[in-house]
Structure formats: C-alpha cells, structure tokens
Ligand binder design. Structure first.
Ligand code: FES
Length: 130
C-alpha cells in the first residue's frame, strides 16, 4: 500500500509518552515509508525518515546544538561551542543539518524535511498524523 492511499489525517500509534523520554528517536513504519519521532527538550518532533537531500534516513541521525563561535568584544575567536537553544538534526549520510523545530535546512532553504503532526492524548498515548 502506498502512503498516498491512506486517508489524510490517519493517526499511527507511536507509543506512550512515558516511553519517549528526551533523547529517544523512534522510527515508526507507515505504508510507503517511515516516520521518525524525536524527543528533545520536552517536545516531540516527527519527520518523514527521508532526507530532503538524497533520501537518507535523516531521523536516525544525531541531534546536536548549532555550532556557535565564542568571540571577544574585539572579534577575536575564543573557540566554538554547541548552542543549547537551536538543536539540529544531522543526516547520517552526508551530514546536512536541519533545524529540529522546523525541519528547514540550517544552511540552504531549498531543503526542508517533511514534517508530521504529533498528537498526545490525555491518557499519554502518542500518535503521528499521516
Ligand atoms: S541524504 Fe541526507 S545529507 Fe545527503
């Protein structure tokens, strides 16, 4: 069955919220592909597990903070550090980075991940919406 054969709005079970602590990256099979659910900073993000670059399994990549430069007031480089306020999802195939919150490429707006809505029911059950 192709994903397009699913009725829009179909919910696919992911798990219970208690099974998805920060750092979890769960891959859910759906007709026509996979969706990755990523728990980070108390939020759940879901994207099609297909990189916008060349189709790699992007949701299996690392989540790291944006690399920032630490500078003095007179612009001398002190070093680099990972931002805690802008997490990036790094595709394992070629290292393209995407903003975890939006799915946009960190460097090239032509590339964007396909985002899916995440629904958490009052009983803690989590679904993604196709
Ligand atoms: S397929 Fe993801 S960076 Fe190339």
């Amino acid at each position: 069955m192709q994903e397009s054969a699913l009725k829009p709005g179909t919910r696919v079970f992911v798990g219970h919220r208690s099974e998805l602590p920060d750092g979890t990256q769960r891959i859910v099979s759906v007709p026509g592909g996979e969706i990755g659910v990523i728990a980070h900073g108390g939020h759940l993000y879901a994207y099609r597990n297909r990189c916008a670059h060349q189709g790699g399994p992007v949701c299996e990549g690392m989540v790291i903070g944006r690399v920032m430069a630490a500078m003095t007031e007179d612009k001398k480089m002190l070093g680099e550090y990972f931002s805690e306020s802008e997490p990036h999802l790094v595709c394992p195939w070629h290292g393209m980075e995407f903003l975890l919150e939006s799915g946009e490429s960190a460097v090239d707006p032509r590339f964007r991940l396909h985002r899916h809505e995440v629904v958490e029911d009052p009983d803690g059950t989590v679904h993604v919406v196709i």
